[in-house]
Design a protein around this ligand. Structure first.
Ligand SMILES: C[S@@+](CC[C@H](N)C(=O)[O-])C[C@H]1O[C@@H](n2cnc3c(N)ncnc32)[C@H](O)[C@@H]1O
Length: 244
């Protein structure tokens, strides 16, 4: 359905192996540490998508396919592929896609990393990445690959967690991210991946800098929105090829 092309993957791509170790706890822990807000954030991101009929959409860092399934529910005629380097996450995704009740969600699952997408140039109408860009070991390469695969005007919707700032309640949220999340992760699963979450949020650039990275990769940013005092950011952009 997606006519993927073979591309060398090199390593499994970033933190894929680490996500194998938490795959079976991921959905529950995600809900717990986001206090259930991850659902709302994903819904807001899906609302931002404007897709032509029969659109081809690639969900990168698809993980357990929660976001891809939400898109399939709202856009049943869309052709969706989800890609991720973690076999563990993809196994759970496969089970969820098979069990989905709505009429045959057309979600294809692929193993791979953002930095080498197995998709021909300018063939996609939309790309989505929820809570995944932070994990790209080479963000510039990943963004450039996304740009390559999108058609002129194709949509890019990104949801990402950042270290909260810019609101009087941000320091409260920071303390939650730095102290409580690693503690919950250690109690429930293993410590390292949830320490990694805090570290990777710390390492992710402020939203204005990230918007600039998108611009440098050939995107026009249409909208940005912050949730929960800057803990989560939504970026909506379109690929411009003419200017590159
Ligand atoms: C926090 S999970 C997000 C999963 C899902 N998108 C969601 O909303 O729940 C991050 C995912 O990024 C994947 N990942 C790590 N490195 C990657 C890369 N270089 N390219 C694509 N995905 C990557 C991991 O395997 C993991 O499944």
């Amino acid at each position: 359905m997606f006519n993927t092309i073979a591309r060398p993957m090199g390593s499994r791509g970033g933190s894929g192996a680490m996500f194998d170790t938490i795959a079976k706890h991921y959905d529950r822990l995600n809900r717990l540490i986001s206090l259930g807000f991850d659902r709302r954030w994903r819904k807001a991101a899906v609302n931002a998508l404007t897709l032509p009929p029969e659109a081809r959409l690639l969900d990168i860092a698809t993980g357990t396919a929660s976001f891809a399934l939400e898109i399939a529910r709202r856009h049943p005629h869309c052709h969706i592929a989800g890609i991720d380097p973690s076999d563990g996450m993809l196994r759970i995704a496969q089970t969820k896609v098979r069990a989905a009740k709505h009429p045959a969600p057309r979600i294809e699952l692929l193993r791979g990393a953002a930095e080498a997408l197995p998709v021909a140039a300018q063939t996609l109408d939309a790309v989505t990445v929820s809570f995944g860009v932070r994990n790209f070991p080479n963000r510039a390469r990943g963004l450039s690959e996304i740009h390559r695969t999108l058609k002129e005007g194709g949509q890019l919707v990104i949801l990402e967690l950042c270290m909260p700032h810019g609101h009087f309640l941000s320091s409260f949220a920071c303390r939650y991210v730095r102290r409580i999340i690693p503690l919950v992760g250690r109690l429930w699963a293993r410590r390292a991946p949830y320490q990694y979450l805090t570290q990777s949020m710390n390492a992710f650039p402020p939203e204005t800098d990230f918007a600039q990275e998108l611009h440098q990769a050939g995107f026009r940013v249409h909208a940005q929105r912050a949730f929960m005092w800057g803990t989560c950011h939504l970026f909506v952009a379109e690929a411009i090829h003419a200017a590159k």
